[in-house]
Ligand binder design. Structure first.
Ligand code: ARG
Ligand code: ZN
Length: 875
C-alpha cells in the first residue's frame, strides 16, 4: 500500500531498551529480543503492532508470561497489554535463515561471514519491532557463534564482555551508549582482520579506529584508515563536532546493495569503497573512498545524533551529509582550482543523473509526499539535489552563518528524530538578518516541489546610456502529480566581464519572483554576463549566448565553473546542431577546435581542469536537451566530434601525453590524479586518431603502457584507450588483464564494465554482454558484479542499449525479472534504465514501452519493481 507523508502519526508505544541475543547459524539463526516498552501518553490507547518479515515466530512473553497475539499482514499484533503508562517487558523469540537471504536486507551471509543492513526497513527481518526511525532505544547485544568459523563478533558501541562457551562456541557482549533507531543497528561475525589506529581528539579523548576486511585484504586498507582519520579531524575543525565513541569500526563486505551504511559505531561498507592499492584501484576509486568514508562518518552527527522523524525526511540526513562530504573533499583538495574541479564533478553528476530523474516518471520532491517502497527513494534527488538545497542555504547565510546554524540545530535537536523543517528553521533562526530567514517559507518550496526550475535570462544593452539590463525569469515544468509550480528562491551568483576579460561587477542576486530586472549603469561597452557562477542553484540556465561571448568566458572568466560551462555550452550547441541535421557532415569549426587547443596548451591551468574542459558533454546530458531522443544518433554525433578533436589536435595530444607523465611513488593527490587523467584522455584521442590513419604507433604505445604501468589508473586508462578506439590490441589486452587480476573481485568488475560500456560497432556489444553473462566469473547474485555487467550496458551505454531491433530492451526485461526474484532493490535500480522511454524516437519508444509492460505484467513482482514500472507506464 502507498504510504503518505501527510498520514504521519507518532508511535503508540516507545521502546526504551532492547536486549538482543543471537545464536548465529547460517541456516537458522535464533534471535531472542527482550524489550522494555511503555505506552506513548500522547496517543490514544491502541494495540501494539510490531513489524516483521520472513521471520519464524516461536514465543511471545509479556512480563514473563505467555500472552495472546495475532499475525496480521506480517505484523505481530498484541492487544492484551498492561494498561497505564508503566514500562513492561516484552520478550520475542524468532528464527531466520541468513544463508537464504539474497535480498541483502536484514541479517545475511556473504563469504561465510554474517552482515546486517537495516536501513530503511531491514531490522524487521531480524526481529519483530517498531521499525521506524522515531523510536529510539538503548541496545545491549549478545552474540554467540562457533569460534573457529566466526572468530570476530562485532556490534554497535563498546565491547563489555567476551568469553568461551561449550561446543567450540564463544560470545561477545556489546553495549551501545547512545540511543538509536533500529535502522542503525548492526552486527558482523566472521573471519576478519583489522587495521587499527589510536587517535586523540582535540579535547584529548582517546579513540580506537578499526577497519575490518577479509584476511588477504589488509594491505588495501591504508587509504580508508587515513580517510577516516581525516574525517574525524575535519568534522571537529570545521563544525566543532567530535567523535562521541571510544571505538569506531568500518567493516567491508563484497555483497552490498549500496555504497555503505552509517550504523552507529559500526559502519558497513561495500568493499568498493574501502579497498585500495595502487595496483588495483584508480585515482577515482581513491577519491570515492575518501568521500564515502567521510560521508558515513559525518552521518554520526547528521543522521545518528539527530535522525529522521520518518522516511519522507530522508534528505534531512542525506542531503546534509552529501553537502558535508562534498565540502570535506573540497577542503582536503586544498587549492582553489582543485576545489573547483570537485565542484564541476559534483555538478556533472547532478545534471546527468538528477535532472533526468526530475524530468521523468520518477520525479519527486527532495522531501517526497508518497511512496510504495522507501528503497526506491534513495535517489539522486534526495541525495544530490538535497545537497544543493543545503548548499543554497549555505550561500544565503555564509560560511560562519551556516556553522552557527548547525550549532543551533544540534542545541535544539540532539538526540531527537526531526524533520527537514526543523533543519531549515535552525539555519534561518541562527541568521535572523539573512535572506534565508526573510524568505524561509518560499525557500522551503525546494523541499516540496519536484522538477528542475529553468531560469530564463535575457540582456539589453543601451549603448547611449551605458546601461546594461538583465532580466531573469523562472519557470518550472509540471511533474507527475504537480501540474502547477510556484516560484522558488534562486541565488544567482554573477559577474560581468569586459572585452578584455576584466571583471566590471559581481554579486549575488536572490531571485524570488517569476521575473525580475537588474540594471548596471555607467558601462563603456556591452559586457559579457557570467551567470550562475559556481552553479549557485540547481537550475537550468537559459541564456542565448553567442559563440564570441562563450569564447570570452572560456578565456577569461575568474569563475572556474563558468569557464568550464562555457566550453560545455560551445560543445553542446554543436552537438545539438549535428543531431538535428542527419544529412550534414559532422564538421567542427576552427574557432571551436582552436579554443580547445588553447585550453589544452594553456600554460597555467591545472591538468584536471583541462581534462574536464576537453571531455565532451555526455550522451545522457545531450539527450536531456532534446524533446525526441535517438540515442544511437547522439552516440554517432558525439563519437564523430571526438574523432575530429582527436585528429585536429593530434600534435597537441602528443604533447599533452608527454608533458603529463607522473614520476616517482604513486600518490592519488589532486595534482598527480589530474595529470594522469589528462594523459589518459590524450592517449584515448591518440588511439582514436590512429584509427583513421591506421598508424600502429600509438596503439602500440598504449599496449606497452598497459603492460608496464605501475598503477591501476595508468593501466586501466591504457586498456580503455584500446577498447574505446576499437583497436585489435584490445582483445589480447583484455585477456591479459583478466589473467593478471583473476583473484581481484573489484578489478574484475572493471573488466566486465569496460566491455559492457564499450562503443557499439555494428551492434557488437549486446552479444558480448550475453556471452559475458556465461563467464565463470559472472554471478548475478553479487550486486557489484551485476552492476558491472548489466547496468554498465543498460544504464551507461545508451548508444549500444537502444537498438532498433529492441534486443537491448528484451535483455533488460529478462534481467529485471531475473533479479527481482533474487534482490528486488537491485532489480528496481535496473528497472530505472528505461525511465526516459517516453522521449525516445520511434520505433524505440514503442519497443521500450512494450518491454516495460512485459515486466509490469509479471504476477509476483516486488513492490520495488512494481512501483518503478507502474510509474513509467503512467508517464
Ligand atoms: N544511509 C546510507 C548512506 O547514504 C544508504 C543506505 C541505503 N540503504 C537502502 N537500503 N536503501 O550512506
Ligand atoms: Zn548517507
Amino acid at each position: 500500500a502507498v504510504i503518505h507523508r501527510a498520514d504521519y502519526q507518532p508511535p503508540a508505544f516507545w521502546i526504551d531498551t532492547v536486549e538482543l541475543c543471537f545464536d548465529l547459524d547460517p541456516a537458522k539463526t535464533r534471535v531472542l529480543n527482550r524489550m522494555r516498552l511503555r505506552r506513548n501518553p500522547d496517543v490514544p490507547v491502541q494495540p501494539l503492532r510490531l513489524d516483521g518479515e520472513e521471520l519464524n515466530l516461536a514465543r511471545v512473553l509479556v512480563g514473563g508470561q505467555g500472552t495472546s497475539f495475532k499475525l496480521e499482514g506480517g505484523q505481530l499484533v498484541l492487544e492484551n497489554l498492561p494498561e497505564g503508562h508503566e514500562p513492561f517487558e516484552l520478550e520475542i523469540f524468532t528464527t531466520c535463515a541468513p544463508a537464504k537471504n539474497t535480498k541483502l536486507m536484514g541479517l545475511y551471509v556473504s563469504n561465510d561471514s554474517f552482515f546486517t543492513q537495516c536501513e530503511a526497513e531491514g531490522f524487521r527481518r531480524i526481529t519483530y519491532f517498531l521499525d521506524r526511525p522515531d523510536v529510539m532505544a538503548s541496545y545491549t547485544v549478545l552474540l554467540r557463534a562457533d569460534r573457529r568459523r566466526y572468530p570476530v563478533l562485532l556490534s554497535n558501541g563498546n565491547l563489555v564482555d567476551q568469553g568461551e562457551l561449550e561446543d567450540g562456541r564463544h560470545y561477545a557482549k556489546w553495549v551501545d551508549p547512545h540511543r538509536k533507531p533500529c535502522y542503525l543497528f548492526a552486527l558482523v561475525a566472521g573471519q576478519l582482520v583489522c587495521r587499527e589506529q589510536r587517535i586523540a581528539s582535540r579535547s584529548g579523548q582517546e579513540h580506537l579506529l578499526q577497519v575490518y576486511v577479509r584476511p588477504g585484504d589488509l594491505d588495501k586498507t591504508e587509504h580508508a584508515m587515513n580517510s577516516l582519520i581525516d574525517s574525524v579531524a575535519w568534522d571537529e575543525a570545521r563544525f566543532g563536532l567530535p567523535l562521541d565513541l571510544e571505538r569506531f569500526m568500518i567493516v567491508a563486505t563484497s555483497d552490498f546493495n549500496m555504497g555503505a551504511m552509517e550504523n552507529k559505531g559500526l559502519n558497513i561498507f561495500n568493499t568498493k569503497y574501502v579497498l585500495a592499492s595502487q595496483s588495483t584501484a584508480t585515482d577515482t576509486d581513491y577519491a570515492n573512498i575518501e568521500s564515502v568514508v567521510g560521508h558515513e562518518y559525518f552521518h554520526n552527527w547528521t543522521g545518528n545524533r539527530v535522525t529522521c522523524r520518518d522516511w519522507f525526511q530522508l534528505s534531512l540526513k542525506e542531503g546534509l551529509t552529501v553537502f558535508r562530504d562534498q565540502e570535506f573533499s573540497q577542503d582536503l583538495a586544498g587549492e582553489a582550482s582543485a576545489r573547483a574541479v570537485k565542484r564541476i564533478e559534483d555538478v556533472r553528476v547532478l545534471r546527468t543523473a538528477q535532472f533526468p530523474e526530475d524530468a521523468g516518471p520518477m520525479a519527486h520532491p527532495v522531501r517526497p509526499d508518497q511512496y510504495l517502497e522507501i528503497n526506491n527513494f534513495y535517489t539522486v534527488t534526495v541525495y544530490e539535489k538535497g545537497a544543493e538545497v543545503v548548499r543554497m542555504m549555505y550561500t544565503l547565510v555564509g560560511r560562519d552563518g551556516f556553522r552557527r546554524g548547525m550549532q543551533l540545530y544540534f542545541q535544539r535537536h540532539d538526540g531527537q528524530a526531526v524533520t527537514c523543517d526543523d533543519f531549515a528553521q535552525a539555519i534561518a533562526d541562527a541568521n535572523p538578518g539573512s535572506k534565508l530567514a526573510e524568505l524561509l517559507p518560499q525557500f522551503k518550496r525546494w523541499y516540496s516541489q519536484a522538477g528542475t526550475p529553468r531560469v530564463q535570462a535575457s540582456a539589453r544593452w543601451d549603448a547611449a546610456a551605458g546601461t546594461y539590463t538583465l532580466t531573469l525569469g523562472q519557470t518550472c515544468p509540471p511533474t507527475p502529480g504537480q501540474p502547477v509550480k510556484e516560484p522558488v528562491v534562486i541565488p544567482v551568483a554573477y559577474g560581468l566581464l569586459d572585452d578584455q576579460g576584466r571583471e566590471l561587477a559581481s554579486g549575488l542576486h536572490v531571485l524570488t519572483q517569476a521575473s525580475e530586472t537588474l540594471s548596471f549603469q555607467g558601462l563603456q561597452a556591452e559586457p559579457v554576463p557570467s551567470l550562475l557562477r559556481g552553479f549557485s542553484a540547481p537550475v537550468v540556465l537559459e541564456f542565448d549566448y553567442g559563440d564570441a561571448q562563450l569564447l570570452a568566458l572560456l578565456a577569461h572568466d575568474t569563475d572556474p565553473f563558468n569557464r568550464w560551462e562555457a566550453a560545455q555550452r560551445l560543445a553542446l550547441a554543436r552537438a545539438l546542431r549535428f543531431v538535428a541535421q542527419p544529412h550534414e557532415p559532422v564538421a567542427l569549426d576552427a574557432p571551436f577546435v582552436d579554443a580547445m587547443r588553447g585550453i589544452l596548451r594553456h600554460p597555467t591551468l591545472d591538468a584536471a581542469f583541462k581534462e574536464l574542459v576537453l571531455t565532451l558533454p555526455s550522451e545522457t546530458y545531450i539527450a536531456e536537451q532534446l524533446e525526441v531522443v535517438d540515442p544511437p544518433r547522439i552516440h554517432a554525433v558525439r563519437e564523430a566530434m571526438r574523432q575530429q578533436l582527436a585528429q585536429a589536435l593530434q600534435a597537441d595530444w602528443e604533447w599533452a601525453w608527454e608533458a603529463h607523465q607522473v614520476g616517482g611513488a604513486y600518490r592519488p593527490d589532486p595534482v598527480s590524479s589530474g595529470r594522469r587523467a589528462l594523459a589518459g584522455l590524450a592517449l584515448t584521442h591518440l588511439c582514436l586518431a590512429a584509427r583513421a590513419s591506421a598508424d600502429p604507433v600509438w596503439p602500440g604505445k598504449a599496449y606497452q603502457r598497459f603492460k608496464d604501468a605501475s598503477n591501476m589508473t595508468d593501466r586501466f586508462n591504457a586498456l580503455s584507450a584500446l577498447v574505446v578506439s576499437g583497436h585489435e590490441l584490445a582483445r589480447p589486452a583484455l585477456q591479459r588483464f583478466h589473467a593478471m587480476f583473476k583473484d581481484e573481485a573489484l578489478v574484475l568488475d572493471k573488466w566486465f564494465a569496460l566491455q559492457a560500456g564499450a562503443p557499439d560497432r555494428g551492434g557488437n556489444v549486446l552479444p558480448a554482454v550475453r556471452q559475458l553473462m556465461q563467464h565463470p566469473d559472472f554471478n548475478i547474485r553479487n550486486p557489484n558484479r551485476a552492476r558491472s555487467l548489466i547496468f554498465s550496458y543498460c544504464s551507461a551505454n545508451p548508444g549500444a542499449f537502444h537498438r532498433p531491433d529492441a534486443a537491448g530492451y528484451v535483455f533488460w526485461s529478462e534481467r529485471v525479472m531475473e533479479l527481482d526474484a533474487i534482490n528486488p532493490q537491485v532489480a528496481a535500480r535496473l528497472a530505472r534504465a528505461l525511465d526516459r522511454w517516453n522521449k525516445l524516437a520511434e520505433p524505440l519508444r514503442g519497443a521500450a514501452r512494450e518491454a516495460i509492460a512485459r515486466v509490469a505484467a509479471k504476477p509476483d513482482l516486488s513492490n520495488d519493481v512494481r512501483e518503478i514500472v507502474t510509474r513509467a507506464l503512467a508517464d
